[in-house]
Design a protein around this ligand. Sequence first.
Ligand code: KIV
Length: 280
Amino acid sequence: MERRVSITKLKAMKKRGERFAMLTAYDYPSARLVEEAGVPIILVGDTLGMVVLGYDTTIPVTMDEMLHHVKAVVRGTRKAHVVADMPFMSYQAGPQDALRNAGRMLKEGGAQSVKLEGGRRVADTVSLLVSSGIPVLGHIGLTPQSVNQLGGYKLQGKTPAAAVKLINDAVALEQAGAYAIVLETIPAQLGEVITQKVSVPTIGIGAGPHCDGQVQVFHDLLGLFDEFVPKHAKRYAQLGEVIKDAVGQYVAEVQDGAFPTEKESFFVDESALAELTQAR
Ligand code: KIV
């Protein structure tokens, strides 16, 4: 049995100065493609609420919805490390709640680790999970589950005081045992300072080029979601257009009789055909 990428390997990559790409995936076919393309760590993000389920924010996403997608991604991969995102209110109410829900992500979902949002505020929870054998990926900066508190999807850590708070949050997560930390939508200079300050890998999304890894949302990268395109996203393909063209061709060919042809049809042999004709 092939072993999946471990947190030890990810930490060693930082030590060797090797950068790595992380990408979200939400289902079996996309997870297979992402792994085959060489992504070592896949996030089943609660962004699935927006890009897959059509919610306005990540807030309505439930544990059951997450588990459903985590299981599909795990089935579609053999080598990649799969991180399950903890949805809103699956860990905020207290460490025991967090432990139970994070345990489900590993035990039922098959993930190798969990991600949760917050810095010093969640440090005790992170310690409890880690000491219970559940590896934790931290997430600070723009934390989308707090969008109502933050007043929108805005750049974080802009003032010196806010930047110091984020540095302290990163250190608190490292001390609590997080194996890596996602830095979302913060100035590139702050991304660099935090990356130098902590010994665990930083994984940036809108946090500049100095982080140890980068993470992006599958649908942003591939042009599959155009309701909102964040500034930090680069489109490497326009699959939305490719899909619309292909489906449009299918519709036209059905309408004008060009599909299906003999190639896509099934036939019985001559003797069966004769019997069929007689019976008719
Ligand atoms: O849910 C998600 O996809 C995330 C990434 C944007 C880091 O948290």
